[in-house]
Design a protein around this ligand. Structure first.
Ligand code: F6P
Length: 361
């Protein structure tokens, strides 16, 4: 058998652990493994490395991906240079022909919602695929956890811990903007773990007045500083804050970013508070994966390899009640997972005094 592996979308901690888990499992069989470089582009251009046991030695704790990745290069909307201009074409047929030419029996695709949407479309056109759910955002509904999320939460929690000491020294309001796209999981988990005073997420509408109420209340009780954690996809005055567009990306065209500074400015203008904003950005995607992510990623890699060998197709390996299962990819992309505003975690956060920026909470 010949099995291909590729990564799609943004990187996240644990990609190498998945690759290693799959390769080590497949190495015990009579299988040749190709690792395609830079996502679907590598398959289209026949750009790959052979993934042997030696090729994956020592990569378990390494962040990033030895295969590199991209969130452009969608084969259904593929940018090619023509007469000095970028034009977008559907090259999915060429891609499937290339997989056949290389003799790929099954392709293991490690990606988030955008990559899985593309992968499912390719499966419908006849490409044999098995998916692995990756994203720091944890927003894939089919799985209890995506790998990478835990590490991102650790990084964000560490940032909150550090902001606490300086906020307290200077009697300031510190705003921390974290990633997560349209889901507030990173902000919610890190906010609870780091003891934030206010958590602002896309799933819960808030007002600046509501945030000020909480900060003023703390001041009255003797705490002259506050920590506000805001998810990049939260909406100020009902609107998301964008830092630009993801060129050529028709699945996720918006580049989020900037709400932290907008919140800090509004708290200063409307409440006269001394504020500072930290945008954590891609630090959340880098570095060595947390043990939980290494274990989960390894389990996903092993499960994906086994599913590919067993002839399962168009499925995503998922974590459900601490068991790895394979479910149809379509189930993971129909509805994105988001924080339940009426759920236990939000209620528990409120029970320990965290505000979600609603007035008179
Ligand atoms: O989906 C993962 C993610 O890190 C989001 O949280 C964030 O909005 C986005 O990717 C950033 O993407 P890029 O690396 O293209 O800036």
């Amino acid at each position: 058998m010949k099995i291909g592996i590729l990564c799609g979308g943004g990187d996240c901690p644990g990609l190498n652990a998945v690759i290693r888990g799959a390769v080590k499992t497949l190495a015990q069989t009579d299988t040749v493994v190709y690792g395609f470089l830079s996502g679907y582009k590598g398959l289209l251009e026949g750009d790959y490395i052979e993934l042997t046991r030696d090729a994956v030695r020592g990569i378990l704790p390494k962040g990033g991906t030895i295969l590199s990745t991209t969130n452009r290069d969608n084969p259904f909307h593929y940018g090619v240079e023509e007469n000095g201009e970028t034009v977008y074409k559907d090259v999915s047929d060429e891609l499937i022909a290339k997989a056949a030419e290389l003799g790929i029996d099954c392709l293991i695709v490690i990606g988030g919602d955008g990559t899985m949407a593309i992968t499912h479309e390719l499966a419908l056109k006849g490409l044999n695929v098995v998916g692995v759910p990756k994203t720091i955002d944890n927003d894939l509904s089919a799985t209890d956890r995506t790998f990478g999320f835990e590490t991102a939460v650790n990084t964000a929690t560490d940032a909150i811990d550090k902001l606490h000491t300086t906020a307290e020294s200077h009697h300031r309001v510190m705003v921390l903007e974290v990633m997560g796209r349209d889901a507030g999981f990173i902000a919610l988990y890190a906010g609870i773990a780091g003891g934030a005073d206010v958590i602002l997420i896309p799933e819960i509408p808030f007002t600046i007045r509501g945030v000020l109420q909480k900060i003023e209340g703390r001041k009255k009780r003797g705490s002259a500083f506050s920590i506000v954690v805001v998810a990049e996809g939260a909406k100020i005055d009902g609107k998301k804050v964008l830092s630009g567009a993801n060129e050529g990306n028709i699945i996720n065209p918006e580049k989020l970013g900037g709400i932290g500074n907008a919140i800090a400015a509004a708290l200063h203008e409307q409440g006269g508070l001394e504020t500072r904003c930290t945008v954590l950005g891609h630090l959340q995607r880098g570095g060595t994966p947390a043990p939980f992510d290494r274990i989960l990623a390894t389990r996903y890699g092993v499960a994906a390899a086994k599913a590919a060998l067993a002839g399962e197709r168009d499925v995503l390996v998922c974590l459900r009640n601490d068991k790895i299962e394979a479910v149809p990819i379509i189930d993971s992309i129909r509805v994105l997972k988001s924080v339940d505003p009426d759920g236990e975690l939000v209620a528990d956060a409120m029970a320990v005094g965290i505000s979600f920026g609603r007035e008179e909470e």
